[in-house]
Design a binder for this molecule. Structure first.
Ligand code: ADE
Length: 246
């Protein structure tokens, strides 16, 4: 997969060189490039924003600068996939979920446009949308100063799902927001007693069936307490099938 990120703070994205994403880039599973939006300005001050039409506080990012950047970065070229998909992190976007992350793993080229200030002139998404899929997405109901932190979230959530990136694929199956739609059960490691706190006895029993049922119960209880919205959306038939397999 190829991922391009465009930002006025390319250094913000430097942590993508660490950990699993960094290794995926070094081993060739991922072709990751970060660009400075100001490279597409042509004035002495390298201006990327201007005052909003209609008035109001703050500044809006200029369509000509973003248009030039995205035309370049999204253009298919030698070795570049044809069908680039533009992602624009914004608090007014559709919710970024595990399901969306899974769908994005089917893409061969993602381009992430990190806006700052009051956002990017709306014509940029229209302009790119005439040629490419465009998804405006939000990582949660809060407002960040720009799209960079959201881009880090999206890249990590998508890249770890690419084949070969996470060492043990089974760990992708059992986690929160996985196929079962439940939050993950609590986990423990050695020592069996720490600060007077004991690991639940069932986990030391060696009885796989009892362990699986305990984890299922814990996941259900946790989801009911912390995320009743997820519980309401559960696929009960799928849960029943999973239960019969325990
Ligand atoms: N940019 C600013 N806030 C954001 C959010 N919550 N999600 C995605 N991008 C953002």
């Amino acid at each position: 997969m190829r991922i391009d990120v465009v930002s006025i703070f390319p250094a913000y994205l430097s942590s993508l060189g660490l950990s699993l994403v960094g290794r995926a880039a070094r081993t060739g599973l991922l072709d990751l490039r970060v660009h400075d939006l100001r490279d597409w300005t042509d004035d002495r001050h390298r201006t990327v924003d201007d005052t909003p039409f209609g008035g109001g506080a703050g500044m809006v990012m200029r369509p000509d600068v973003w248009g030039a950047a995205l035309d370049d970065v999204m253009r298919p070229g030698p070795g570049l996939p044809v069908d680039a998909h533009l992602l624009v992190p914004t608090p007014s976007g559709q919710p970024f979920t595990q399901r969306l992350a899974e769908r994005l793993t089917d893409e061969s080229h993602l381009v992430i446009a990190c806006g700052r200030y009051e956002g990017i002139d709306a014509r940029v998404a229209q302009h790119v949308g005439a040629q490419h899929p465009v998804t405006e997405l939000s990582i949660g109901d809060y407002v960040l100063n720009g799209g960079e932190a959201a881009a880090l979230v999206v890249v990590e959530a998508v890249v770890r799902l690419l084949p070969g990136v996470v060492g043990n694929p089974q760990s992708l199956v059992e986690e929160s927001h996985g196929a079962a739609g439940l939050l993950e059960y609590p986990v423990y490691t050695k020592p069996p007693v720490w600060e007077g706190l004991e690991v639940p006895e069932v986990l030391l029993s060696g009885h796989h069936g009892r362990v699986a049922r305990w984890r299922r119960d814990q996941a259900l209880e946790r989801t009911a307490r912390r995320r009743p919205d997820l519980l309401a959306a559960l696929d009960v038939a799928a849960l029943d099938r999973a239960d019969r397999a325990l």
